[in-house]
Write a protein that binds this ligand. Structure first.
Ligand code: SF4
Length: 350
């Protein structure tokens, strides 16, 4: 069971598609974070969860509160949890932090939106400077340890998360080639996530399909080059919400892709104020208007059966709900109202 915990809302970046209120300085109180660990242990026991509990520290930017993260991890280890992930923007990862991550066997999910023009278009500091140069350096620092780091972990130590926007999608093939060249790519996945944020002006479906088909053809060319050279293909997953799509793409790339999401099944999210959500994306994004629908309990009181029943009843009746995974699972792919995800999926599979 993977629990995504929003440990802070602070962030040193101001990405154009950010889901948080700008310049928020809220942290999850330490007492609440520790209580969250207790609650997760209880839930795993009471629901007889087979897989060990994993914690993903999310933000904001968790490395800004690394001392707090370290205290929560130490407590979690005492409660039998030993698998940790930090979701980071990478901009502040220096050698000391990288050494800490590797020594403590922590996995990393890093948001890297691609080559410099793609990344710097949208992942910026408050003064508008792009963060690519720092992120690229962090990738190289982590790459220095790639093999030994991977050897100490039961999961892949690394995942690149690439948020695609209308502006960055034209760089998709260059982006995959760039990330695949990093030694870290041998030990992880490149996950492509169309950013379906308010204000995203995606072209019409036909135009999008043409764009993604062109990019995907180039990526398949990279796969052929790898095959000819006798090297493994880079592992690419599509949109983390579309578990079924990831599986299909895993087939396409002849690798084992991990469906990441599963509302109320494999994944849950805990928000900064201790609300438990069936969908991890809802836990970190407090601005979605139908968030309440996904709330299934609180750290203080535990899971609520009526809330859980309500979620599944409502979603089951509403095939156009905004949960991509639910749409995918219930209706076959790609029945989703989000055309960028659908077009990317169709381009991969055609
Ligand atoms: S790194 Fe994440 S939390 Fe920070 S500004 Fe970007 S999207 Fe928002």
């Amino acid at each position: 069971m993977l629990a995504v915990m929003q440990i802070t809302e602070r962030c040193d970046l101001r990405c154009h598609y950010c889901y948080l209120p700008p310049a928020s300085a809220r942290d999850m109180p330490l007492a609440l974070a520790l209580r969250t660990i207790d609650r997760l242990v209880d839930i795993a026991r009471s629901q007889k969860v087979k897989d060990p509990v994993s914690i993903c520290f999310h933000g904001g930017e968790p490395t800004l509160v690394l001392a707090r993260v370290a205290r929560v991890m130490a407590y979690a280890r005492r409660r039998g949890i030993n698998d940790f992930i930090i979701a980071t923007n990478g901009a502040g990862l220096d050698r000391k932090m990288v050494d800490y991550i590797v020594a403590n066997r922590i996995s990393i999910i890093m948001s890297v939106d691609g080559v410099a023009p793609a990344h710097d278009h949208q992942r910026v500091f408050p003064d508008g400077r792009g963060s690519w140069r720092l992120v690229d350096r962090a990738l190289d620092l982590l790459s220095e340890h790639a093999d030994s780091w991977a050897a100490g972990l039961r999961r892949n130590p690394f995942r690149f998360r690439v948020t695609l926007t209308p502006a960055s999608s034209v760089f998709l093939a260059r982006t995959v080639r760039y990330l695949a060249a990093k030694p870290l790519a041998r030990h992880g996945y490149i996950t492509l996530v169309p950013g379906n944020y308010p204000g995203a002006r995606w072209p019409e479906y036909k135009e999008l399909l043409k764009l993604f088909r062109g990019q995907v053809e180039e990526i398949k060319g990279l796969f052929r080059e790898c095959d000819l050279a006798g090297q493994p293909r880079p592992r690419v997953c599509l949109n983390e919400c579309l578990g079924a799509a990831s599986t299909s793409l895993g087939y396409l790339t002849a690798t084992q892709a991990e469906p990441f999401c599963g509302p109320g099944e494999q994944v849950m999210g805990v928000s900064i104020d201790g609300r438990i959500y069936a969908c991890h994306l809802r836990a970190v994004n407090c601005q979605e208007k139908d968030n309440d629908l996904y709330c299934v309990g609180t750290v203080q009181k535990g899971l609520s059966q009526p809330l859980q029943d309500g979620l599944f009843t409502v979603l089951g009746r509403n095939p156009k709900c905004s949960c991509l995974y639910w749409n995918a699972r219930e209706s076959g792919l790609p029945e989703t109202p989000v055309r960028a995800s659908a077009a990317l999926y169709e381009a991969w599979c055609s």
